[in-house]
Write a protein that binds this ligand. Structure first.
Ligand SMILES: C[S@@+](CC[C@H](N)C(=O)[O-])C[C@H]1O[C@@H](n2cnc3c(N)ncnc32)[C@H](O)[C@@H]1O
Length: 155
C-alpha cells in the first residue's frame, strides 16, 4: 500500500512546510505498527498558465493507477476525524493505495473532481492550498493516533 498527497504548487521553506514535515513524520512513526506507509508528497506546477485543465492533466499523471482518490474540496463531505480514520483503515485492509489531491488557486477542474472516490471538505470556507496541506497532514496524523488508540484525539 502507498499513500500520496498530490498538490498544485511548490511549498517553500517556512512555517507551513515545517508543520507538514512534522505531522507527516509523526504519521510515519505512528503508522509503522499499523501497516500504514510513510506519506509521499508530489507537487505539480503548470508554468504555461494553462489553468485548472492543465493542472488537472499534471495531477492525473501523478495519481497512481487504482488508488482511492480523495479530492480536497470545500463542497465535499465533512467526515468526523474517527470516520476519516475508519475510511483509511478500510482502504488499508483492502490493500488499496490512497491518493489525496489538493488544487491550486483556481481549484480542481470538474473533470478531475468527477473521478474522485471521495471529496472531503475541511469546512465550507475556502482555505489557501498550503494551509490545506497542513490541515490534511494533521488529520492524517490524528487518524493514525485514533487507529493506534493513543490519547492524542480526545473528542
Ligand atoms: C484556494 S483553494 C481554491 C478555491 C477555488 N475557488 C475552488 O473553487 O475550488 C485551493 C485548494 O485548496 C483546497 N481547499 C480549499 N479550501 C478547502 C476546504 N474548505 N476543504 C477542503 N479543501 C479545500 C482545494 O483542494 C482547493 O482546490
Amino acid at each position: 500500500m502507498r499513500i500520496d498527497i498530490v498538490a498544485v504548487g511548490r511549498l517553500k521553506k517556512g512555517p507551513e512546510a515545517a508543520m507538514v514535515a512534522d505531522y507527516l513524520d509523526r504519521f510515519a512513526k505512528t503508522g509503522r505498527s499499523l501497516g500504514l506507509p510513510a506519506i509521499r508528497i508530489h507537487e505539480v506546477e503548470d508554468k504555461r498558465g494553462g489553468g485548472m485543465l492543465a493542472e488537472a492533466e499534471l495531477l492525473t499523471r501523478s495519481i497512481p493507477d487504482g488508488a482511492a482518490v480523495v479530492m480536497m474540496d470545500e463542497r465535499g463531505d465533512q467526515p468526523t476525524s474517527p470516520d476519516f480514520a475508519t475510511r483509511i483503515a478500510d482502504w488499508r485492509d483492502g490493500a488499496r493505495d490512497i491518493c489525496f489531491v489538493i488544487g491550486g488557486a483556481d481549484g480542481l477542474d470538474p473533470s478531475l473532481r468527477q473521478r474522485a472516490d471521495w471529496q472531503i471538505s475541511l469546512g465550507r470556507m475556502v482555505w489557501p492550498h498550503m494551509l490545506v496541506r497542513v490541515m490534511l497532514a494533521e488529520q492524517l496524523y490524528r487518524a493514525a493516533t485514533i487507529l493506534a488508540g493513543s490519547p492524542y484525539h480526545r473528542a
